[in-house]
Design a protein. Structure first.
Ligand code: PLP
Length: 404
């Protein structure tokens, strides 16, 4: 038999967060080493528990959630999502504008498959959450990266975006709060982005999965959908992060703006939703409970709360390492520090991460894995408790001392 090869569609698709670095970590684990994995934003293994009501809801519905559901999602979940956005000031959205998926991840792939024709350009931030670049590529599109400016708190560079728009640009991805940088965009920034979309007739894909993880009283989340009812906006969010149930696989996309212009696209999205039957039904039941109930996330993001304290500590400890600077995260679950090229001579940041892993048994993710164009950053999650963070960043500091 001939060797069986992967499809050519995958040749330029990367998802390094779980790529060769994880394979190397698993190899070390098989040899008996304990690896501290700081490469994935998955709260549960770090002692974060889901709100009890959500778990109870899943359990309660197991007996009556054995069949497929409507492919767009169960009615109560879609109602809860629509009401959530209505309460945030969006008027023209209802239950029919919501699709429930197996996490935001599935919905990103479904939406891009329904939307992209070969060669269509989609503006994607650099750095990005790499599923976006990968899913655009896999759908036959061309990701065009726009820069986020580290010197400006990782805000998107609007002039760079404008300069990259062509006749073939169809959409712009906004990740706010941002993974990997922890940036949260002020109202003017969001309005600036939506204004670009309006002027160039771009669809907005707003990945807002960290919308409830904000670290400062002064930090508010400004939904892209609220910045322009005349722009077609697809807002993605879900239960994985704010409700700490990554494993349940529950997310949604909400469509707002001039939907009458998008009927053909929505027909395509419905076809793709139908083809995959439906999202995990017990987890769909948890959506209404999550959105309607007590928001325990608010205890974690204020001073004294774990998300807040750990993010601030990680930021401080990273900035204490010679030649390392990190923009303080305003939200989400990550730090994205820079290794000053004048101090650290790195030409392959994935190799650096593998060297750190082998030497110190800590796994972080290299910055180029987030489509950052220079090998001078890495991302770590801020999920370990403070003692573990001190230990981890201490080991990173010791390792870096050997590289100066
Ligand atoms: N979008 C961003 C920005 C993320 O960071 C993640 C997960 O880390 C996802 C989407 C995927 O989330 P889900 O668990 O809902 O698939």
């Amino acid at each position: 038999m001939r060797p069986i090869r992967q499809s050519r569609k995958l040749h330029h698709v990367r998802y390094d967060v779980r790529g060769p670095i994880l394979v190397e970590a698993q190899k070390l684990e098989a040899e008996g080493h304990r690896i501290l994995k700081l490469n994935i934003g998955n709260p549960a293994p770090f002692g974060f528990e889901a709100p009890e009501a959500i778990v109870a809801d899943m359990v309660h519905h197991l007996p009556d959630a054995q069949g497929y559901s409507d492919s767009q999602g169960i009615y109560p979940a879609r109602t809860a999502v629509a009401q959530y956005y209505q309460q945030r000031g969006l008027r023209d959205v209802d239950v029919n504008d919501v699709f429930i998926g197996n996490g935001v991840s599935e919905l990103i792939s479904m939406v891009l498959q329904a939307f992209i024709d070969d060669g269509n350009e989609v503006l994607v931030p650099a750095p990005d959450y790499p599923l976006w670049t990968g899913a655009v590529t896999l759908s036959g599109g061309t990701p065009v990266h726009y820069l986020c400016d580290e010197d400006d708190g990782w805000n998107p560079d609007l002039a760079d975006i404008e300069s990259k728009i062509t006749d073939n640009t169809h959409a712009i991805v906004i990740i706010n709060p941002n993974n990997p940088t922890g940036a949260v965009y002020d109202r003017l920034v969001v309005e600036g982005l939506v204004d670009i979309a309006r002027r160039h007739q771009l669809v907005v894909f707003a990945d807002e999965i960290y919308e409830k993880i904000l670290f400062d009283d002064a930090v508010h989340h400004h939904a892209a959908a609220a910045a322009g009812s005349d722009v077609l906006c697809l807002t993605f969010s879900g239960l994985s992060k704010a409700y700490r149930v990554c494993g349940y696989r529950a997310g949604w996309v909400m469509i707002s703006g001039p939907k009458e212009l998008a009927s053909d696209f929505l027909e395509g999205l419905t076809l793709i939703a139908n083809m995959r039957m439906c999202a995990n039904v017990p987890a769909q039941h948890a959506i209404q409970t999550a959105l309607g109930g007590y928001q325990s996330i608010e205890e974690l993001i204020v001073p004294g709360g774990r998300f807040y304290e750990q993010s601030m500590l990680a930021d401080r400890l990273l900035n204490d390492i010679p030649g390392v600077s990190s923009v303080r995260p305003r939200g989400a679950l990550y730090c994205f520090p820079r290794l000053d090229p004048a101090v650290y001579d790195i030409d392959d940041d994935q190799q650096l991460v593998i060297d750190l892993l082998r030497a110190k048994k800590i796994l972080v993710t290299h910055g180029t894995g987030f489509n950052w164009p220079h090998p001078d950053h890495f991302r770590m999650v801020t999920l370990p408790d403070t003692a573990m963070l001190e230990e981890a960043i201490g080991r990173i500091a010791d390792f870096l001392a050997t590289r100066r």
